[in-house]
Design a protein around this ligand. Structure first.
Ligand code: HH2
Length: 276
């Protein structure tokens, strides 16, 4: 990760879903002009990374072709890339398709956020290696169509850790520099509420892999299950889960609402500094 928030050791990643069907903001930024305006807002609010995605991965989401994913994301990426570069903000492409990753890297993205962690498109490793980009490897059990059908682990934290270790090794063996990789336990991807909470509470165990941890809890259903709130009322739960994740070692935070997250993490980080 290149850019932290101010003199703090965390980076907030703003979510920019250019999709008709994302679970909490589907359709809101489907028009390129609306997505570009929202991207500018996220930068102004303090996002250090913009994560642009053209395919929803909510449970049961229908797959999207590479051409359609590119049609959605490319104009937004091309418009925002120069402004993001001027502001020192990194652009991330949220995709598991090599064709989409390649086009996004050519248009100015410098992070590939691969939710399949190279399982669907192993060739993303070579693309990332040759362009010198960063790579996020996320754990998902199965695929979005089936992942919430009775997920099971022997020990969710140990199983996620060993998967991430194996995919990190694969990436390195295919030319990716280790220091370019970020790891993500994949909150909500083939996990029960208890699995998600265990991953946050025991996130420290993933630090042994030696790479920064990215976490994405924003508005997710485990927060709704605990609080009884729909997606529009999950900001407080999102902040709470990310503050705890920071305390347990996460340093990159993927969220829809950037400004409150930046403030909450600044106070958390400043407080914890005094404890050490
Ligand atoms: N979660 C979502 C999408 N991409 N990437 C990473 N690395 N980690 C995550 O936890 C993660 C992710 C799902 O959230 P969202 O983009 O809001 O929804 P949708 O997939 O429906 O577009």
């Amino acid at each position: 990760m290149r850019a932290a928030n101010g003199d703090f050791d965390f980076a907030v990643m703003g979510i920019l879903n250019v999709t008709p069907d994302s679970f909490s903001d589907g359709g809101a930024y489907e028009e390129p002009s609306a997505a570009i305006a929202h991207g500018r807002e996220l930068i102004a609010e303090g996002a250090r990374i913009l994560d642009i995605g053209g395919e929803s991965t909510r449970p049961g989401a229908p797959p999207v072709s590479p051409a359609e994913e590119l049609r959605r994301t490319r104009p937004v990426l091309e418009a925002l890339a120069p402004e993001a570069a001027a502001a020192g903000v990194q652009i991330s492409i949220d995709t598991s398709k090599a064709q989409v990753a390649a086009a996004a890297l050519a248009a100015g993205a410098s992070l590939v956020n691969d939710q399949a962690a190279l399982r669907y498109a192993p060739e993303i490793a070579e693309l990332v290696a040759s362009s010198g980009a960063d790579l996020c490897l996320m754990h998902m059990s199965g695929d979005p169509r089936t992942m919430q059908h009775d997920p099971h682990y022997d020990d969710v934290v140990a199983d996620v850790k060993s998967f991430l270790e194996q995919q990190l090794r694969f990436a390195i063996d295919h030319g990716v520099s280790e220091e370019r990789v970020v790891l993500d336990p994949g909150i909500g991807f083939g996990k029960t509420v208890e699995h998600n909470l265990a991953l946050i509470a025991r996130l420290d165990e993933l630090l042994a892999l030696g790479r920064p941890i990215l976490i994405g809890t924003s508005r997710k259903s485990f927060i709704g299950r605990i609080t009884g709130r729909d997606t529009s009322g999950r900001l407080a739960g999102t902040l709470a889960s990310n503050i705890l994740a920071y305390e347990h070692g996460a340093r990159v935070f993927r969220v829809h609402e950037v400004a409150p997250m930046v403030d909450a993490l600044k106070v958390t980080a400043a407080t914890l500094r005094q404890a050490h």
